[in-house]
Design a protein around this ligand. Structure first.
Ligand code: GDP
Ligand code: MG
Length: 437
C-alpha cells in the first residue's frame, strides 16, 4: 500500500546521518512513484516532490543534525497540504440545512447518515431528521429506521411512494413543519456507476438544492474510489468527501488520491460500524497515518538507543589524546552489527559509520575488515603507524586478504582519525552531534 511504499522511499534517508543531494533526489523519486501508484495524478505527484525538494534544499536539510527526520517532516507537511490543510466543517446555515448523501451501494451512506445525525444531535440547537430515499430495497428503509431508533433520531420514510425526488421534498417539508433544522437525505446507490443512478441523484439534487452534498466512499476501494469520485463530482459538483471504513489497517491513501483528483475537502471519516465511529477529518492525522509515522520515528529511535553514549565518550577522549586505535574501530563495527540492518544504520555510529560510508558496505565487507583487524597484534591495533610492509604482509596472509585490502583499510582508518581530530577541534559537544548525524 501507499504507506509502505512511502516508508520504503523514506527509508533511504532514515539511516543516513548525512544526506547528499543525490540522496534527496532519489528518495523523492521513490515518493513520487509511491504517489503515482496510489493514483495521485502525475502533475500533482510531480508538484508534490518538487515542493518538498525545494523546501529541503531551502532549509538546508543536508546540514541539519537530523536530516532524515526533517525530510520525513517535510514530506508530512506537504501531504497535509495536499489533503487540504485544516479540517473543514459542514454548512449548517440553512433552515433547515439539507445534507444529501451520494455514493455507491455499500460505501456506507446509510451508516454515515446515522453517525452524522448522532454527531449533530449533540451540538446545541441541532435537531436532525433522517430521510429514507433508497426506495429500491424495502430492507434499506428498515435499515435507516433501525439506525434512527438506535440514536433517537426521527426517520421520515414513505413505503407507498417510489419516487425519491418526491420523498426528499416531502422530507424537507416534514422537517420544516416539525421544527427540525437539519435534514439528512439517505439515497440509493448501485454497485457501479450507471446512468440511472446518476440521473436520480442529480434530480434529487436539483429538486432540494442541498446546502451540503456529500460523496461517501469506501477508503478500501483504491483506484475505483478515484474514478467514482470523479464521476459523481462531474454530475453533482459535491461539497465534500466522507471516507468510510478507515478502521483497522486501512491507511488512507485514498484520501490523497481523491483530494488530488476532485479537489474537494474530505470532511469526515468513518472508523467503524457503530454510531459513534465518526471523526472530523484532520489532514495532519491522516498524514501521520499514511506515513506510519510511528514506524519511521521508531527506527531512528532504535538506532539512537543502541548507540552507546558511554562508548562514544570513551572514544571521544581517546581521539582527544590521539589514542583512537583499531580496537575502538572494531568495537564500533560490533555496535553497528548489533543494530541489525547495516546499510540502514550507517552513518549513525560515530567514526566507523562515516569512514565506511564511501564503501559499498555489506556484511562481507565487515567480515573482511574484522579479519584484518583480528590479524593485528594488540600493540599494532593501538599504534597503527607501526605497520610497515612486512607487518602488512603478515596481516594480509593471516586474514586471507590482499595487501591492497590492508592498505585500503589503513588509509580509511587514517582519514577517519584525521577527520575525527578535525571535528574535535570544534568542541566535544559539536563532535558528538556530528557523530550522531
Ligand atoms: P450504503 O449502501 O452506502 O448505505 O452502505 P451501508 O451504510 O449500508 O454500509 C455498508 C456496510 O459497511 C455495512 O455493513 C456497514 O456496517 C459497513 N460500514 C459502514 N461504514 C463503516 C465504517 O466506517 N467502518 C466499517 N468497518 N464498516 C462500515
Ligand atoms: Mg444504504
Amino acid at each position: 500500500n501507499l504507506s509502505e511504499k512511502l516508508d520504503k522511499a523514506l527509508h533511504v534517508l532514515k539511516g543516513h546521518g548525512q544526506i547528499t543531494e543525490i540522496n534527496v533526489a532519489e528518495t523523492l523519486k521513490e515518493v513520487r512513484r509511491a504517489l503515482l501508484d496510489a493514483d495521485v495524478n502525475f502533475k500533482t505527484a510531480k508538484e508534490f516532490t518538487n515542493n518538498v525538494k525545494e523546501k529541503a534544499l531551502g532549509q538546508n536539510v543536508l546540514t541539519t543534525l537530523q536530516p532524515g527526520q526533517l525530510m520525513v517532516k517535510l514530506v508530512k507537511d506537504e501531504l497535509v497540504e495536499l489533503m487540504g490543510g485544516d479540517a473543514e466543517g459542514i454548512d449548517l446555515s440553512g433552515d433547515p440545512s439539507v445534507i444529501l448523501m451520494s455514493g455507491l451501494q455499500g460505501s456506507g451512506k446509510t451508516t454515515f447518515s446515522g453517525k452524522l445525525a448522532n454527531y449533530l444531535k449533540t451540538k446545541k440547537d441541532k435537531k436532525p431528521l433522517l430521510v429514507a430515499c433508497d426506495v429500491y430495497r424495502p430492507a434499506a428503509i428498515d435499515q435507516l429506521h433501525i439506525v434512527g431508533d438506535k440514536i433517537g433520531v426521527e426517520v421520515y420514510s414513505d413505503r407507498e411512494n417510489n419516487d425519491p425526488v418526491a420523498i426528499s421534498k416531502a422530507g424537507v417539508a416534514h422537517a420544516k413543519s416539525q421544527g427540525l433544522n437539519v435534514v439528512i437525505i439517505d439515497t440509493a446507490g448501485r454497485l457501479a456507476v450507471d446512468k440511472q443512478m446518476m440521473d436520480e441523484i442529480a434530480n434529487i439534487h436539483r429538486a432540494i438544492q442541498p446546502q451540503e452534498t456529500l460523496f461517501v466512499v469506501d477508503a478500501m476501494t483504491g483506484q475505483d474510489a478515484v474514478n467514482t469520485a470523479k464521476t459523481f463530482n462531474e454530475t453533482l459538483d459535491f461539497d465534500g468527501v466522507i471516507l468510510t471504513k478507515l478502521d483497522g489497517d486501512t491507511r488512507g491513501g485514498a484520501a490523497i488520491s481523491i483530494k488530488s483528483v476532485v479537489n474537494k475537502p474530505i470532511k469526515f471519516i468513518g472508523t467503524g460500524e457503530k454510531m459513534d465511529a465518526i471523526d472530523v477529518f484532520h489532514p495532519d492525522r491522516m498524514a501521520d497515518r499514511i506515513l506510519g509515522m510511528g514506524d519511521v520515528v521508531s527506527l531512528v529511535e532504535r538506532a539512537q538507543e543502541q548507540f552507546d553514549e558511554e562508548e562514544a565518550r570513551k572514544i571521544q577522549k581517546k581521539i582527544a589524546k590521539n589514542k583512537f586505535g583499531f580496537d575502538d574501530f572494531l568495537s564500533q563495527i560490533q555496535q553497528i552489527k548489533k543494530m541489525g540492518s547495516i546499510k540502514d544504520l550507517m552513518g549513525m555510529i560515530p567514526g566507523a559509520g562515516k569512514a565506511l560510508k564511501g564503501l559499498d558496505v555489506d556484511d562481507d565487507a565487515f567480515k573482511h575488515i574484522e579479519a584484518i583487524i583480528h590479524s593485528m597484534t594488540p600493540d599494532e591495533r593501538s599504534n597503527p603507524n607501526k605497520l610497515d610492509s612486512s607487518r602488512k604482509k603478515r596481516i594480509a596472509k593471516g586474514s586471507g586478504r590482499t595487501i591492497q585490502d590492508v592498505n585500503q583499510l589503513l588509509k580509511q582508518f587514517d582519514q577517519m582519525s584525521k577527520m575525527m581530530k578535525m571535528m574535535q577541534g570544534g568542541g566535544g559537544k559539536k563532535m558528538m552531534q556530528m557523530m550522531q548525524g
